[in-house]
Design a protein around this ligand. Structure first.
Ligand SMILES: Nc1ncnc2c1ncn2[C@@H]1O[C@H](COP(=O)(O)OP(=O)(O)OP(=O)(O)O)[C@@H](O)[C@H]1O
Length: 454
């Protein structure tokens, strides 16, 4: 049957005309403000002390001596990876000119779920850098992955640099509570291999973390005695420093494409938050994207204002997707209380429609773990994870009095990202969360009964 098309509205321009029409963009060299670009030395602002320390630690490798391992500590976006990557890249170039064969690889603990996956990734990155045949991740034991890594370093390199970014996030979901986190085993096995001289060549570990306490307290005693890094601290940036960092990338945009107040404004917004240079750069890029979408030739302050919400949301989603499974279950429980408890929350004298009381969230945590046969951890652990999510600014932890000497209670507030968006994000990520949502009426009644009794 021939489909009746009916009367068609005139398309103003053909697809070809649209694709080939004039292309306007505010970006001259967008790469400069893309997330993973390692910029040249002359675009690094400040950080002289940290640069000097990292240089002095790496330098012995160029003379055949073993550098110490390093722990670069400090909040997100303060230049830890940038400094480590820039010094490593330069050292490799100098090494090549002196016949010292060096290579560096970087792996981020945030995106890795297990020790096996992380070691495979390191091995794979060396294989890629050295143009070697890739070996498979599956069907081989973790210890043979380590062996392959040590063989590569031994056979092809005088010296390897392994940057382990945000390593404290590599906890390893499938471990039970008595086992140390995955990062403890990784650090133990890598640093021990050097100690017992498993190879003729050697490597150094550069670990970066936002949370040195979680990292160091997660090490078991055997790791503690083999991994003794030199620590280098990175503080967050103030508005002036952020303005300088952004000004050094001004040429990412065409000459007249940025209003004069855009860079100072982006710097001020980022400084008010965490003093995070990544956030500042992301905000500037997103403001440019918005101007482009509107087909405007100049980025205005209003575009930054608009971009702010989007960038903040992306950050929260990124954290949620990458925290350990138990933290996700805890957050899911609290978000479910808020999402399905709106009626009760609205009626309450002490709570608001943006909150979820901690005790009810914990009851739901127990209910969800029973429902999906997930390992149930203590209330103490639940409260600790939620406190951590507060420090990552996923939720806000608030303590409130009920008045009339009825005591104080804790509540979680959802203002950066709605509880609904959190529930959706998690349900898309893991089918156990989607299962819990299947019987919506049951879930609602569990939440509401618990809120009534609160
Ligand atoms: N001093 C600086 N000069 C120029 N650019 C900087 C500086 N510090 C950070 N940046 C830029 O900010 C972004 C984030 O930096 P980087 O990835 O090094 O942060 P980090 O401390 O490793 O963060 P995280 O802990 O989240 O991994 C990168 O684009 C980096 O180039």
């Amino acid at each position: 049957m021939v489909e009746e098309l009916g009367e068609q509205s005139e398309r103003p321009l053909s697809i070809t005309d649209q694709l080939t029409s004039e292309y306007n963009t505010v970006f001259n060299n967008k790469d400069l403000i893309e997330p993973d670009t390692i910029v040249d030395e002359d675009r690094i602002v400040g950080r002289d002390e940290q640069l000097n320390r990292v240089i002095n630690i790496i330098k012995p490798a160029l003379h055949g001596d073993q550098p110490e391992d390093m722990l670069l500590r400090g909040p997100s976006g303060t230049g830890k990876t940038l400094i480590a990557g820039t010094v490593a890249t330069k050292a490799i170039k100098i090494g090549a000119s002196r016949d010292v064969q060096m290579e560096f690889v970087e792996v981020n603990g945030k995106h890795k779920k297990s020790e096996h996956e992380a070691i495979h990734q390191i091995t794979h990155a060396f294989e890629r850098e050295l143009d070697l045949e890739y070996t498979s991740k599956t069907g081989v034991s973790t210890s043979s992955r380590y062996d392959r890594l040590f063989d590569i370093v031994d056979e092809y390199l005088d010296f390897g640099i392994v940057i382990l970014d945000e390593l404290d996030l590599l906890v390893g979901d499938s471990r039970n509570k008595d086992e140390p986190p995955a990062f403890s085993d990784i650090l133990y096995k890598l640093s021990r291999a050097k100690r017992i001289g498993k190879m003729d060549s050697s490597f150094t570990l550069i670990v970066t973390t936002n949370s040195p306490n979680s990292l160091m307290s997660g090490l078991n005693s055997r790791t503690d005695s083999t991994f003794n890094p030199t620590e280098v601290s990175f503080a967050d940036y103030n508005a002036n420093e952020l303005r300088e960092i952004l000004s050094h990338r001004r040429d990412a945009f065409y000459e007249d494409a940025l209003d004069d107040d855009v860079i100072p404004y982006v710097a001020a917004v980022a400084a008010q938050g965490e003093g995070d240079a990544r956030f500042a750069i992301d905000l500037l890029r997103e403001a440019g994207n918005i101007a482009n979408r509107r087909e405007m030739q100049t980025v205005h302050k209003s575009h930054v204002e608009e971009a702010k919400n989007q960038v903040e949301k992306n950050y929260v989603v990124d954290v949620i997707e990458n925290v350990s499974f138990q933290k996700q279950v805890s957050l899911f429980a609290a978000a479910v209380v808020n999402l399905y408890g709106q009626t009760e929350l609205g009626r309450s004298d002490y709570l608001t429609e943006m909150s979820a009381p901690a005790t009810v969230a914990h009851t739901l945590y127990n209910w969800i773990t029973d429902h999906e046969d997930i390992e149930q951890r203590s209330k103490h652990s639940f409260l600790r994870w939620m406190r951590e999510l507060d420090t990552y600014e996923v939720i806000e932890l608030n303590r409130k009095g009920r008045g009339n000497e009825m005591g104080v209670f804790a509540e979680y507030i959802f203002h950066n990202l709605s509880a609904e968006a959190m529930v959706e994000t998690l349900a898309d990520k893991d089918k156990r969360f989607a299962n819990v949502l299947e019987d919506e009426e049951l879930l609602k009644s569990v939440v509401q009964t618990n809120l009534k009794n609160f």
